[in-house]
Design a protein around this ligand. Sequence first.
Ligand code: UD1
Length: 392
Amino acid sequence: MTVTAGPGTVPAGCRAAVAVVLGTRPGIVKLAPVLHALAAARVPHFAIHSGQHYSANMDQVFFTDLDLPAPAYRVGDRRPGMLQGEQTAEMLTGIERVLARERPALVLVGGDANTNLAGALAARKLGLVVGHVEAGLRSRDWRMPEEHNRVMIDHISDILFAPSRHAKDTAEAEGVRGHVLVTGSTVAAALRSSLDRGGNAANRVTDPHQADGHLPGHSPGYVLVTLHRAENVDDPAVLAELSAGVCALPGKLGLPLTWPLHPRTRARLTEFGLLGDVAGAAGVTLVEPAGHRAFTRLLADAALVVTDSGGIQQEACILRVPCVTARTSTEWTETVEAGANLVAGVTAAELIDGCLAMIAAPRDWDDPFESDGVPAAQRIAGVAAEVLEAAG
Ligand code: UD1
């Protein structure tokens, strides 16, 4: 008779080590505190980089800013114009080769990028134990590649580390097979570390308004913008609306605006002939993507952030910066309920109205991701140590 192993059973022949799969900007941020906690608890581990993000300012600077050693492995082969499936397949193949050789007792992925699906799927196919950091998030927007990834990763994971009670309930209501644990969010620790290390003048110069010192009467006094979601920037009509809304904000709010441009967004603005208008708009300063220390400082000091990023909605809530989400849905409903975030929509008028409403929001909400004592990364490292013990 065949005995079916339950979720989380470590198969024979595994070695007592944790593989941590990362490779995108947000994944490095989420998993940095976990890597530090594993090191502090002397849990044997190694990192596999998927190669999804590769530019120095989307990748290397995050290792430097978050004090991480170079990953043990780098896989994946990025070529311009790759389709999502092709990109995921390249990473799946590369990660699987490493995992098949190393056979770690536990594989951790963090977030919802293609990297995480590739890592979780490679581990699942090899019968390894899979842990998903930041499990149970749903936007209910089925156009988003990240939503497909979240659903798939949660359903093939053995251990789901939920950042909130709400996320745990969501995963359990879907009937996931793995064990769901509420750990709080790992991101707060990464924010604290970057603010501690980045709170000096050298890191503030990435904010051109502060560098120039032209902020009479406003401290803090600028709007920060980030946009990169495929369903926003790959659609010419949506991107035209959003960029028109963004360009109108300095006039409507009486505040300058800083926009670190994601490579995807720069490419689409150029392709759709919109870059010139945006670059020339009064009060709008386009800058390169910032590293984690500089970006965290920029976010913490902003009067308001406009974003379509998942991570930044959560980070703004933790840092008590009002957030306007340029989307029609969010996976971070806790931030909306807390009064920290408004999901405005994607037309210029909706964006402007949302900003006018949120700029005046009182910044006194309770942080819904506060952990009750033990930091999230430490809890995750503790569970990892237990899995390794079970592996013998
Ligand atoms: C990905 C993730 C998203 C995450 C985001 C953070 C998926 C489906 N999406 O979106 O969840 O919030 O990362 O940034 O995985 N590029 C560069 N340099 C880089 C990385 C990318 O020039 O270092 C270019 C790529 O060649 C591509 C474009 O930017 O043309 C988009 O990159 P991609 O990795 O496909 O997705 P993101 O939009 O970054």
